[in-house]
Ligand binder design. Structure first.
Ligand code: 0A1
Ligand code: ZN
Length: 861
């Protein structure tokens, strides 16, 4: 039984640092078995803070020496602190420590991966490298020297500019880098490895030339051009949209196969999960290409929103993350397809963030407390954070938002600031009062809007009555919520002048529209103008009208999702009660009409509109989830559509056949998406002809999008073609790690009844490695997201076991796996009993990390 409770850190306890570090000189002697780190820090007392001893952060450091101004001094240590008292106002601290990157399985700090040594310092990894004031409001300039064996680690990189390099005895070499920009320790990075580089340049608006480099494992250079192009496009985009120019002479990206997260924005030396760098049409899908564009842009955009202006403390994480996600979303929308980008953002928000905000890990985008900060790199901080920024733009307009950004940088360039500072800049630039809006930063939970309408034919007045509530919030004060709306007449036209943004500021509020001739159909929350759940008693006829006529693509899609959700949820109840589901002909007709609108609406939109809401999203609408009934209901509707529209799907599938060789354009990607959606529906029929069609596409595709779509559809179908395709796929791609991840994910996400047994078997397959986060996410976490197959007593016991196993190696990744249990209280009593046992077994595991303990305690609590 775990007895020591890890401390909770509170935002309200923030105090400024007692000491500051002006310059940091680091010397790394990298060798197998141990790396020695000598640090020279020019420090001074913070004049704004009362005198007190210096307390430095450290973790798993073997301290070899400590000196102040060249003299040995008395100091005391705990496993995580080093304290020195009686220091002068300004001094030089010199420490030498030994660390063991070869045995660093947490992938935080300095660690070894296949081709060399890499760092990950956000949030608190720098303290695993040297004793330091490891907090983002301590900003310093860094000079770094690396020494390593030249043949094994020919590439030596650190932040900033190369200063000097040379050879040493015994076949070793060294390189020194200097970063002229003050930065917090979490943005420090170094790399020593055997890597190939792709080099290019970017000419900034003011005519400076930036040297660009992407480093990858040897032999993978032909998978880098897409990321390089994405980098150049994002540099240009940020100049055009926000007037932000690159401040660096060197901008480097290094890809590593072992990485806990997606990528990291270290100043001038981004370190990326290979998943967001490597791509070639035969190994990466259209979605992979788009994700790479966005992640490359995201890390580049951080150079201003995160690095030039950083966070005062980790509670302000959304200051940089919400804003930077919003920026990468906008970049992606401009680069690809704005309509479907927004649809996918909201689909993602509903699948991950809404459940998070309704479960045990609910927290405001700016949390008030945490036990382990790594647990707060969440969909709430990132994606809901981006929605909050988007609402600011909606409230003050694009120009106002741009003026606010300019003001933010004018005020805070080079500083470590808070979310209030950001909003104050927006307020100053626009004159808008954001006082009430701050609630979005400080409260957890998704607000619910209940909307009623009244039409008085006599007066021609239409009234919307909107009530807001958020049972998760600590009080019932209202939010400020921008609600974009338009009213449609019976012919599907927008009523002139009805297109506007309502500002909801009260708990209950009425909005009038005059001069309305006949009862209109309201289209509410257009473009998803606020991250809320909205209830309005739409009739199927009204939704059908909006699906067909709404010019806002998001709300057209939303109308289809509402229609489908209602049907699936009703059918879930019917199935649970032992009845057969009923599917109205009107829904099939609406889907048929949708298939015919491909030319006007675009193939990508139609593909999105034909995709039914996901099970985890649907589950949120239920008090108690019967995952089997929900799964059966959703599948039954898919099959019904396939039976009723077989001819249409087959016709479209044939009609959308590629004209020639693969091209990556958004338009072609949209056609592929729709064609593959048709194929997946057709496979619901599970006829020999369709199975052959899928296998034939799988075998003949000249790109991964089509090959993988066929495999993914087959993986959901019990047939011999499934096994054939899975075997051929592995045979062909076993040496491409990222493709193997797809192979694992397609099996762990399968609806086939024996999926748990398959996943268990795959944990012993050579393709799986519990030490590699991508493999854990593909096989184990993806299984945890498989609503129908995970939520069983055996599924719970299995993931509990794996979480414990993993915790000993990598607590950050283990804690992400433990999050699969978040929604356990939404299931029936019998399931809850087993989920509780599983959670308790994790909690009681000897030596459990505080990462996992925080998640499990919150889940049980
Ligand atoms: N700041 C990075 C995400 C990131 C966070 C933590 C990490 O290690 C614990 C790694 C990356 C981003 O937003 O891209
Ligand atoms: Zn980020």
């Amino acid at each position: 039984m775990k007895t020591d409770t890890p401390p909770t850190i509170y935002l309200k306890d923030y105090t400024a640092p007692a000491y500051l570090v002006d310059t940091v000189d680091l010397d790394f002697v990298i060798a197998t078995g141990a790396t020695t780190v000598s640090a020279t820090l020019a420090m001074r007392r913070n004049p704004a803070v009362a005198a007190q001893p210096l307390v430095l952060d450290g973790e798993e450091l073997e301290t070899l020496s400590v000196a102040v101004d060249g003299e040995k001094v008395p100091f005391s240590t705990t496993p995580t602190t080093l304290t020195i008292a009686d220091l002068p106002d300004a001094f030089t601290l010199h420490t030498v420590v030994r660390i063991d990157p070869d045995r660093n399985t947490r992938l935080s700090g300095l660690y070894r991966s296949k081709d060399g040594y890499f760092t990950q310092c956000e949030a608190q990894g720098f303290r695993r490298i040297t004793w330091f004031l490891d907090r983002p409001d301590v900003m310093s300039t860094y000079t770094v020297t690396l020494h390593a064996d030249k043949a094994t680690y020919p590439v030596l990189l650190a932040n900033g500019n190369p200063v000097a390099s040379g050879e040493e005895a015994d076949g070793r070499h060294w390189a020194t880098w200097n970063d002229p920009f003050r930065k917090p320790a979490y943005l420090f990075a170094l790399v020593a490895g055997k890597l190939d580089g792709l080099f290019d340049t970017f000419q900034t608006a003011s005519g400076r030339s930036v040297q660009l480099a992407i480093y990858v494992e040897p032999g993978k250079l032909d998978q880098c051009p897409h990321a390089m192009a994405a980098l150049q496009k994002s540099m240009k985009w940020d100049e055009e949209r926000f007037g932000l120019e690159c401040d660096l002479d060197h901008y480097m990206i290094v890809a590593v196969g072992d990485f806990n997260m997606g990528a990291m924005e270290n100043k001038g030396l981004n370190i990326f999960n290979t998943k967001y760098v490597l791509a070639r049409a035969d190994v990466a899908t259209d979605v992979d290409f788009e994700n790479i564009d966005r992640v490359v842009a995201h890390e580049y955009f951080h150079n201003w929103t995160g690095n030039r202006v950083t966070c005062r403390d980790w509670f302000q994480l959304s200051l940089k993350e919400g804003l930077t996600v919003f920026r990468d979303q906008e970049f992606g929308a401009d680069l690809h397809n704005r309509q479907t980008a927004r649809i996918r953002e909201v689909r993602g928000l509903r699948a991950a963030q809404f459940p998070e905000d309704a479960g045990p890990m609910a927290h405001p985008i700016r949390p008030a407390s945490f036990v382990e900060i790594n647990n707060f790199y969440t969909s709430t901080v990132y994606e809901k954070g981006a929605e909050v920024i988007r609402m600011i733009q909606t409230l003050i307009g694009r120009d106002g938002f741009r003026a606010g950004m300019d003001e933010y940088f004018r005020r805070h360039d080079g500083q470590a600031v808070t979310c209030e500072d950001f909003v104050a800049a927006m307020a100053a630039a626009s004159g808008f009062d954001f006082t009430q809006f701050m609630r979005w930063y400080n409260q957890p939970g998704t607000p619910h809007l209940a909307v009623d309408s009244v039409f008085e034919a006599k007066t021609g007045r239409y009234t919307l009555h909107i009530k807001q509530s958020n049972p998760r919030a600590s009080d019932n004060h209202p939010y400020l919520i921008p609600i974009r709306i338009a009213l449609f007449d019976a012919g599907g036209q927008i009523i002139a002048g009805s297109d506007r943004t309502l500002l909801l500021t009260e708990n209950s509020q009425q909005f009038h529209f005059d001069g309305i001739a006949a009862e209109p159909v309201p289209s509410l929350l257009r473009d998803f103008s606020a991250p809320v759940v909205l209830d309005y008693a739409y009739t199927p006829q009204q939704l059908t009208l909006l699906l067909a006529h709404e010019s806002d693509p998001f709300n057209a899609w939303e109308a289809g999702q509402r229609l489908a959700s209602t049907l699936i949820l009703d059918a879930t109840a019917a199935i649970a009660a032992g009845q057969a589901p009923v599917w109205p002909a009107s829904f099939v007709d609406a889907a048929r009409r949708l298939l015919q609108t491909q030319a006007e609406r675009g193939a990508a939109f139609v593909a999105e509109a034909l995709t039914l809401p996901g099970e985890s999203t649907l589950a949120e609408a239920l008090d108690i989830v019967d995952p089997d009934a929900l799964h059966a209901a959703r599948n039954s509707l898919r099959r019904h559509l396939a039976e009723q529209l077989e001819g249409e799907f087959a016709g479209l599938y044939a009609g959308l056949a590629p004209h020639g060789a693969y091209t990556p354009s958004s338009e072609e990607a949209g056609r592929r998406a729709l064609r593959n959606t048709c194929l997946a529906y057709l496979l619901e029929l599970n006829t020999p002809a369709v199975r052959q069609l899928a296998l034939q596409q799988f075998r003949s595709a000249d790109n991964m999008t089509d090959q993988f779509a066929a495999l993914a559809a087959l993986a959901q179908t019990e047939c011999t073609e499934r096994e054939t395709a899975l075997a051929e796929f592995y045979q062909r791609w076993q040496h491409e790690a990222l493709v193997v991840d797809k192979w694992l994910a397609v099996q762990s996400g399968s609806r086939l009844p024996d999926t748990l047994a398959t996943v268990k078997r795959l944990t012993g397959h050579p393709a799986f490695d519990i030490g590699n986060p991508n493999k854990v996410y593909a096989l184990l976490r993806n299984f945890g997201a498989n609503l129908a197959r995970f939520h069983t007593p055996a599924g719970y016991a299995f993931l509990a076991e794996q979480t414990q196993l993993l915790d000993g190696k990598n607590p950050q990744v283990a804690s992400r796996l433990a999050r699969c249990f978040d929604r356990w209280k939404k299931f029936d009593g019998e399931r809850q009993k087993h989920a509780r046992l599983a959670l308790e077994s994790i909690r009681d595991h000897q030596g459990l990390s505080r990462d996992v303990l925080e998640i499990v305690n919150r889940a049980l609590g």
